[in-house]
Design a protein around this ligand. Sequence first.
Ligand code: UDP
Length: 238
Amino acid sequence: ADVLPKRRRVLLKLSGEVFGGGKLGVDPDTVRGIAKQIAATVGEVEVAIVVGGGNFFRGAELSQSGMDRSRADYMGMLGTVMNCLALQDFLEQAGVDTRVQSAITMGQVAEAYIPRRAIRHMEKGRVVIFGAGAGLPYFSTDTVAAQRALEVHADVVLMAKNGVDGVYTADPKKDPQAQKLDTLTYDDAMRRNIRVMDQTAFSLCKDYKLSMVVFGMEGEGNVTRAILGEKIGTAVSA
Ligand code: UDP
Protein backbone atom coordinates (compact mmCIF):
# COMPACT_ATOMS: atom_id res chain seq x y z
CA ALA A 1 0.00 0.00 0.00
CA ASP A 2 3.01 2.22 0.52
CA VAL A 3 4.16 2.11 -3.10
CA LEU A 4 4.61 5.55 -4.57
CA PRO A 5 2.91 6.04 -7.94
CA LYS A 6 5.44 5.78 -10.74
CA ARG A 7 6.41 9.05 -12.25
CA ARG A 8 6.15 9.44 -15.97
CA ARG A 9 7.59 12.89 -16.53
CA VAL A 10 9.32 15.35 -14.22
CA LEU A 11 10.37 18.97 -14.42
CA LEU A 12 13.61 19.67 -12.61
CA LYS A 13 14.45 23.26 -11.69
CA LEU A 14 18.17 23.96 -11.29
CA SER A 15 18.97 27.44 -10.05
CA GLY A 16 22.00 29.28 -11.30
CA GLU A 17 23.61 28.88 -7.90
CA VAL A 18 23.82 25.15 -8.56
CA PHE A 19 25.97 25.74 -11.66
CA GLY A 20 28.43 28.14 -10.16
CA GLY A 21 29.14 26.17 -7.02
CA GLY A 22 28.57 29.46 -5.20
CA LYS A 23 30.77 31.52 -7.53
CA LEU A 24 30.21 33.62 -10.65
CA GLY A 25 30.08 31.57 -13.83
CA VAL A 26 30.03 27.83 -14.37
CA ASP A 27 31.99 25.26 -12.41
CA PRO A 28 32.53 22.39 -14.89
CA ASP A 29 33.11 19.71 -12.26
CA THR A 30 29.88 20.58 -10.52
CA VAL A 31 27.91 20.50 -13.76
CA ARG A 32 29.54 17.20 -14.76
CA GLY A 33 28.40 15.69 -11.46
CA ILE A 34 24.82 16.85 -11.92
CA ALA A 35 24.77 15.60 -15.51
CA LYS A 36 25.88 12.14 -14.39
CA GLN A 37 23.11 12.05 -11.82
CA ILE A 38 20.53 12.97 -14.45
CA ALA A 39 22.01 10.44 -16.89
CA ALA A 40 21.42 7.69 -14.33
CA THR A 41 17.65 8.22 -14.66
CA VAL A 42 17.33 8.13 -18.43
CA GLY A 43 14.90 5.48 -19.62
CA GLU A 44 13.17 5.40 -16.24
CA VAL A 45 11.34 8.70 -16.45
CA GLU A 46 11.09 11.60 -18.88
CA VAL A 47 13.02 14.65 -17.79
CA ALA A 48 12.68 18.34 -18.63
CA ILE A 49 14.87 20.91 -16.94
CA VAL A 50 14.42 24.62 -16.33
CA VAL A 51 17.69 26.38 -15.72
CA GLY A 52 18.20 29.55 -13.67
CA GLY A 53 20.84 32.19 -14.18
CA GLY A 54 21.60 33.81 -10.86
CA ASN A 55 25.26 32.71 -11.13
CA PHE A 56 25.60 35.29 -13.91
CA PHE A 57 23.07 38.08 -13.48
CA ARG A 58 19.91 38.83 -11.58
CA GLY A 59 17.81 41.58 -13.09
CA ALA A 60 16.67 42.92 -9.74
CA GLU A 61 20.26 43.37 -8.56
CA LEU A 62 21.44 45.04 -11.78
CA SER A 63 18.48 47.42 -11.76
CA GLN A 64 19.33 48.41 -8.20
CA SER A 65 22.72 49.46 -9.53
CA GLY A 66 21.00 51.76 -11.97
CA MET A 67 20.29 49.66 -15.06
CA ASP A 68 16.98 49.61 -16.82
CA ARG A 69 15.07 46.70 -15.33
CA SER A 70 13.97 45.07 -18.57
CA ARG A 71 17.42 45.19 -20.11
CA ALA A 72 18.89 43.78 -16.93
CA ASP A 73 16.31 41.00 -16.99
CA TYR A 74 17.28 40.14 -20.57
CA MET A 75 20.88 39.83 -19.39
CA GLY A 76 19.63 37.49 -16.70
CA MET A 77 17.80 35.39 -19.28
CA LEU A 78 20.87 35.21 -21.53
CA GLY A 79 22.86 33.94 -18.55
CA THR A 80 20.50 30.99 -18.19
CA VAL A 81 21.30 29.94 -21.75
CA MET A 82 25.01 29.60 -20.93
CA ASN A 83 24.07 27.28 -18.09
CA CYS A 84 21.88 25.31 -20.50
CA LEU A 85 24.79 24.82 -22.90
CA ALA A 86 27.12 23.70 -20.11
CA LEU A 87 24.54 21.18 -18.89
CA GLN A 88 23.85 20.01 -22.42
CA ASP A 89 27.54 19.41 -23.00
CA PHE A 90 28.04 17.28 -19.90
CA LEU A 91 24.80 15.38 -20.47
CA GLU A 92 25.88 14.52 -24.00
CA GLN A 93 29.28 13.43 -22.66
CA ALA A 94 27.40 11.16 -20.28
CA GLY A 95 25.62 9.60 -23.28
CA VAL A 96 22.29 11.41 -22.97
CA ASP A 97 20.50 12.86 -26.00
CA THR A 98 19.46 16.41 -25.28
CA ARG A 99 17.79 19.42 -26.81
CA VAL A 100 18.00 22.98 -25.55
CA GLN A 101 14.90 25.09 -26.17
CA SER A 102 15.20 28.81 -25.66
CA ALA A 103 12.38 31.26 -25.05
CA ILE A 104 14.48 33.87 -26.87
CA THR A 105 15.24 32.89 -30.45
CA MET A 106 18.89 32.04 -31.03
CA GLY A 107 18.92 29.43 -33.73
CA GLN A 108 22.65 28.70 -33.65
CA VAL A 109 22.63 27.43 -30.09
CA ALA A 110 19.11 26.32 -29.28
CA GLU A 111 15.75 25.39 -30.72
CA ALA A 112 12.86 27.72 -30.14
CA TYR A 113 10.53 26.82 -27.31
CA ILE A 114 7.88 24.65 -28.93
CA PRO A 115 5.98 22.74 -26.25
CA ARG A 116 4.66 19.93 -28.43
CA ARG A 117 8.12 19.38 -29.80
CA ALA A 118 9.54 19.33 -26.28
CA ILE A 119 7.07 16.58 -25.38
CA ARG A 120 8.04 14.63 -28.50
CA HIS A 121 11.73 14.88 -27.57
CA MET A 122 11.01 13.47 -24.14
CA GLU A 123 8.94 10.64 -25.59
CA LYS A 124 12.01 9.75 -27.64
CA GLY A 125 14.13 9.64 -24.49
CA ARG A 126 15.79 13.03 -24.88
CA VAL A 127 16.28 15.37 -21.98
CA VAL A 128 14.90 18.81 -22.80
CA ILE A 129 16.59 21.84 -21.25
CA PHE A 130 14.59 25.05 -21.21
CA GLY A 131 16.58 28.30 -21.31
CA ALA A 132 15.98 32.05 -21.36
CA GLY A 133 13.20 31.81 -18.80
CA ALA A 134 9.86 32.85 -20.20
CA GLY A 135 11.55 35.30 -22.54
CA LEU A 136 9.82 38.00 -20.53
CA PRO A 137 11.27 40.57 -18.16
CA TYR A 138 9.79 40.71 -14.65
CA PHE A 139 9.50 36.92 -14.44
CA SER A 140 11.64 34.41 -12.59
CA THR A 141 12.84 30.99 -13.61
CA ASP A 142 10.87 29.53 -10.68
CA THR A 143 7.70 30.79 -12.32
CA VAL A 144 8.88 29.36 -15.62
CA ALA A 145 9.50 26.00 -13.94
CA ALA A 146 5.87 25.89 -12.81
CA GLN A 147 4.58 27.11 -16.17
CA ARG A 148 6.64 24.66 -18.25
CA ALA A 149 5.75 21.80 -15.91
CA LEU A 150 2.08 22.56 -16.48
CA GLU A 151 2.44 23.01 -20.22
CA VAL A 152 4.38 19.78 -20.86
CA HIS A 153 2.21 17.87 -18.36
CA ALA A 154 4.93 16.95 -15.89
CA ASP A 155 3.75 15.03 -12.83
CA VAL A 156 5.84 17.07 -10.45
CA VAL A 157 8.24 19.99 -10.28
CA LEU A 158 11.49 19.24 -8.44
CA MET A 159 13.10 22.28 -6.84
CA ALA A 160 16.80 21.64 -6.22
CA LYS A 161 18.20 23.80 -3.42
CA ASN A 162 21.69 24.63 -2.25
CA GLY A 163 22.45 24.61 1.44
CA VAL A 164 19.08 23.31 2.66
CA ASP A 165 17.52 19.87 2.28
CA GLY A 166 13.82 20.69 2.34
CA VAL A 167 11.22 22.97 3.85
CA TYR A 168 11.55 23.83 7.54
CA THR A 169 9.16 25.31 10.09
CA ALA A 170 11.55 28.28 10.32
CA ASP A 171 14.88 29.28 8.78
CA PRO A 172 17.23 26.49 9.97
CA LYS A 173 20.23 28.81 9.70
CA LYS A 174 18.71 31.24 12.18
CA ASP A 175 16.45 29.12 14.37
CA PRO A 176 17.91 25.98 16.05
CA GLN A 177 14.34 24.81 16.83
CA ALA A 178 13.45 24.70 13.12
CA GLN A 179 12.15 21.30 12.04
CA LYS A 180 12.15 19.77 8.60
CA LEU A 181 8.75 18.97 7.18
CA ASP A 182 8.16 15.78 5.17
CA THR A 183 4.98 17.05 3.60
CA LEU A 184 3.18 20.35 3.37
CA THR A 185 0.19 21.74 1.53
CA TYR A 186 0.27 25.03 -0.34
CA ASP A 187 -2.26 26.36 2.15
CA ASP A 188 0.04 25.37 5.05
CA ALA A 189 2.92 27.14 3.36
CA MET A 190 0.84 30.29 2.99
CA ARG A 191 -0.43 30.12 6.54
CA ARG A 192 3.07 29.62 7.93
CA ASN A 193 4.46 32.27 5.60
CA ILE A 194 7.00 29.83 4.18
CA ARG A 195 8.56 31.06 0.96
CA VAL A 196 9.61 28.07 -1.10
CA MET A 197 9.49 29.98 -4.38
CA ASP A 198 8.29 33.39 -5.53
CA GLN A 199 4.59 34.29 -5.32
CA THR A 200 3.79 33.92 -9.01
CA ALA A 201 5.33 30.47 -9.14
CA PHE A 202 3.60 29.52 -5.94
CA SER A 203 0.18 30.63 -7.22
CA LEU A 204 0.56 28.61 -10.40
CA CYS A 205 1.43 25.45 -8.45
CA LYS A 206 -1.38 25.99 -5.98
CA ASP A 207 -4.09 26.96 -8.46
CA TYR A 208 -3.34 24.14 -10.89
CA LYS A 209 -2.55 21.53 -8.23
CA LEU A 210 0.97 20.87 -9.39
CA SER A 211 2.93 18.85 -6.85
CA MET A 212 6.38 19.95 -5.89
CA VAL A 213 9.36 18.43 -4.14
CA VAL A 214 11.92 20.73 -2.50
CA PHE A 215 15.20 18.91 -1.95
CA GLY A 216 18.87 19.59 -1.29
CA MET A 217 21.61 19.16 -3.88
CA GLU A 218 24.24 18.25 -1.31
CA GLY A 219 23.54 14.60 -0.53
CA GLU A 220 25.21 11.96 -2.71
CA GLY A 221 22.85 10.99 -5.55
CA ASN A 222 20.10 13.32 -4.43
CA VAL A 223 19.24 14.55 -7.92
CA THR A 224 18.86 10.95 -9.14
CA ARG A 225 16.73 10.07 -6.14
CA ALA A 226 14.48 13.09 -6.57
CA ILE A 227 13.94 12.35 -10.26
CA LEU A 228 13.15 8.69 -9.61
CA GLY A 229 10.58 9.64 -6.97
CA GLU A 230 12.32 8.38 -3.85
CA LYS A 231 11.20 9.99 -0.64
CA ILE A 232 13.52 12.96 -0.28
CA GLY A 233 13.22 16.56 0.85
CA THR A 234 9.75 17.98 1.38
CA ALA A 235 6.71 17.19 -0.76
CA VAL A 236 4.37 20.13 -1.26
CA SER A 237 0.91 19.47 -2.65
CA ALA A 238 -2.43 21.17 -3.12
N1 UDP B 1 14.57 36.38 -15.91
C1 UDP B 1 13.55 37.10 -16.52
N2 UDP B 1 12.47 36.43 -17.00
C2 UDP B 1 12.32 35.08 -16.88
C3 UDP B 1 13.34 34.36 -16.22
C4 UDP B 1 14.45 35.03 -15.75
O1 UDP B 1 13.63 38.31 -16.64
O2 UDP B 1 11.31 34.54 -17.37
C5 UDP B 1 15.80 37.08 -15.49
C6 UDP B 1 15.69 37.78 -14.15
O3 UDP B 1 16.43 38.99 -14.24
C7 UDP B 1 16.40 36.82 -13.21
C8 UDP B 1 17.48 36.25 -14.09
O4 UDP B 1 16.86 36.14 -15.38
O5 UDP B 1 16.94 37.49 -12.09
C9 UDP B 1 18.02 34.89 -13.66
O6 UDP B 1 16.95 34.02 -13.36
P1 UDP B 1 16.62 33.61 -11.84
O7 UDP B 1 16.96 34.72 -10.92
O8 UDP B 1 15.23 33.08 -11.79
O9 UDP B 1 17.65 32.41 -11.66
P2 UDP B 1 17.98 31.56 -10.36
O10 UDP B 1 17.62 32.37 -9.15
O11 UDP B 1 17.16 30.32 -10.46
O12 UDP B 1 19.44 31.27 -10.48
